[in-house]
Write a protein that binds this ligand. Structure first.
Ligand code: GLC
Ligand code: CA
Length: 582
């Protein structure tokens, strides 16, 4: 999403901090290696509640709708649901603008229903991750309502205020990720407040210990309800130093997370995953090395931004280049091989649909969606599935930007059109990368409104729901859904998928992503054709003439690796290697 500027702005990371934690830090390789925590072999399913399932027919998805679909998720086999925000919110950014962290938005349901969701999920061995959005609040949060009343209000310091320049203009040139200045003038008190997202999402001042304590208290309140952990929204921004123009990876970031860990989830058996657009593999290690006591893992976006223009960002898409992609994934697999942990994903509520971006949403939709799933689920790390991905949902082409119902797309559309970009060019960017692509309502069946709602959905539905929907997928043993089911099951059965070493194969090949995983004498080879063409392969010497067990495939079982392989369009398979072929 975010402007290049923010990615690049990284403060110096010192390793000195590592040694300052008394007995906690150990250099023993043993202790640094992946432990047996439950989340290492978990598969996580992300729900965007507005668009998942609407139980009461008002057009907006809700908690009761989610409860009604838990059996479906159990059938899929996932262990964790990451719930995008369901807290009370004016919905300026669809819930990523929270006005009460300890209550549920009425359109989603009640706290009692949330407790029921946690309990009903637990009965099916599914845990719930809450979305922790604490870089900012809503402007309707009582803290902000107080803060803007006067300069000496006790809550003033919960946010970031600066005086105007002498000519009355904003304190500096920093930009919001949703377009425009990051500073908004507040007439009552004559100062500007800082917001990295919409002006209705004022940034919290994490330098204020009271803010930290309030957030810790709130987190413990949720943990006491038995949740499975947190997904932490833009968490790499909380250590910011606005006066030095540093937003991501600020100097206070890692100490803040260590304090949060100690005060809240550290002693509990939960999963934490940070959203960190600015993470490099080395930075991800700082977050996820167990001895540092920060987070379980982070989401990195280096593979995602490869299809964005380096200067212009997501609105000027760039073609996918498999060799670049393999370089990035290989690097992350390698750097986090023994210390730290990867999260694995193709898409989420902020990104386009995987099959549209990396596969072929037309002729080879089914083959390519399965291929993408296989390519990702055999990597080392914890896989995330975004709602609808498991049935191969695709991007949409709406005529008007308004139909995308997204603060970011709208904000940037206005800003860029004003700067002279043509409507057509901007719409192409939106078709490729708007967050709205992922947010159209879930397709449950071929009935009106895709079985999502009895009423008029809050957002237009993708017209292809009659063909692409859950009911059809459940009925068809060859569906993408059943392919995901197999992948999830395999991860539980084969420790090599969770813990094995990663070795890239055919590294220079422009169309094939292949790799091997190995743990003791368990060895799995995974081969994926990322193109719609036939590919002739010559296998390297150590892979020739081996037979094994076909674990998963999209064109029928493959049990043997010969010397030469012909791959069908988007063909993909994994073989557990055994003995040399007779
Ligand atoms: C994260 C969320 C995104 C939201 C933003 C501001 O990037 O994933 O949806 O708009 O943070 O909270
Ligand atoms: Ca509803």
């Amino acid at each position: 999403m975010y402007s290049r500027r923010n990615f690049l702005k990284t403060a110096a990371i010192t390793t000195a901090g590592l040694f300052l934690q008394g007995g906690l830090y150990t250099t023993s390789a043993q202790a640094a290696q992946a432990g047996p925590e439950w989340w290492r072999n978990a598969v996580i399913y992300q729900i965007y509640p507005r668009s998942f399932a609407d139980a009461n027919g008002d057009g907006t998805g809700d908690l009761a709708g989610i409860i009604g679909k838990l059996d479906y998720l159990q059938t899929l086999g996932i262990n964790v649901i990451w719930l995008s925000p369901v807290f009370r919110s004016p919905m300026d950014d669809n819930g990523y603008d929270i006005s009460d962290y300890c209550d549920i938005a009425p359109e989603f349901g009640t706290l009692a229903e949330m407790e029921m969701l946690i309990a009903e999920a637990a009965r099916r061995d599914i845990r719930i991750l809450m979305d922790l959005v604490v870089n900012h609040t809503s402007d309707e949060h009582p803290w902000f309502i107080e803060a803007r009343k006067s300069r000496d209000n006790p809550y003033r310091d919960y946010y970031i205020w600066r005086a105007p320049r002498t000519d009355g203009s904003a304190p500096d040139e920093q930009r919001s990720n949703f377009g425009g200045s990051a500073w908004e003038f507040d007439a009552t008190t004559g100062e500007y407040y800082f917001h990295l997202f919409s002006k209705r999402q004022p940034d919290l001042n994490w330098a204020n210990p009271q803010v930290q304590q309030e957030v810790h208290r709130m987190m413990n309140w949720w943990l006491d309800k038995g949740i499975g952990g947190f997904r932490m929204d833009v968490i790499d921004l909380i250590g910011k130093d606005v006066d030095r123009g540093i937003t991501s990876n600020g100097p206070r970031l890692h100490p803040l997370l260590q304090e949060m860990n100690a005060a809240t989830f550290g002693a509990r058996d939960v999963l934490t995953v940070g959203e960190t657009w600015s993470a490099t593999p080395e930075i991800a290690k700082l977050y996820s090395e167990p001895a540092r006591r920060e987070l379980s893992m982070v989401f990195q976006f280096e593979h995602i931004t490869l299809t964005w223009d380096p200067q212009d960002g997501k609105w000027t898409p760039r073609a996918f280049d498999l060799r670049e992609f393999k370089g990035v994934i290989g690097k992350w697999q390698k750097v986090l091989a023994d210390i730290g942990w990867n999260s694995l994903f193709w898409n989420n509520h902020d990104l386009p649909r995987a099959v549209s971006k990396y596969g072929d949403p037309g002729r080879y939709r089914i083959e390519s969606a399965k291929m993408l799933a296989t390519a990702l689920h055999f990597l080392k790390g914890t896989p995330y599935i975004y709602q609808g991905e498991e049935i191969g949902m695709t991007n949409v082409r709406f005529e008007s930007v308004e139909d995308y119902q997204d603060a970011e797309s709208l904000g940037l559309y206005r800003e860029r059109i004003a700067a002279g970009v043509s409507h057509e060019a901007m719409m192409e960017g939106i078709y490729a990368n708007s967050r709205g692509n992922a947010r159209t309502p879930m397709h449950w069946d071929a009935s009106e409104h895709a079985g999502f709602s009895h009423g008029k959905p809050w957002m237009k539905i993708n017209p292809n729901y009659r063909e692409i929907n859950v009911a059809a997928a459940l009925d068809d043993p060859g569906s993408i859904f059943h392919h995901y089911r197999t992948l999830i099951r395999l991860r539980k059965e084969y420790p090599v998928i969770v813990y094995g070493d990663y070795r890239p194969l055919l590294d220079a090949h422009p169309q094939v992503f292949a790799y091997e995983r190995q743990l003791g004498d368990q060895r799995i080879v995974v081969i994926n054709n990322f193109s719609g063409q036939l590919v002739e392969l010559e296998l390297p010497a150590d892979l020739r003439d081996l037979a094994g067990e076909s674990l998963v495939s999209n064109y029928g079982p493959r049990n043997v690796l010969g010397r030469h392989l012909t791959l069908q369009p988007y063909e993909s398979f994994a073989i557990a290697l055994g003995t040399p072929a007779a």
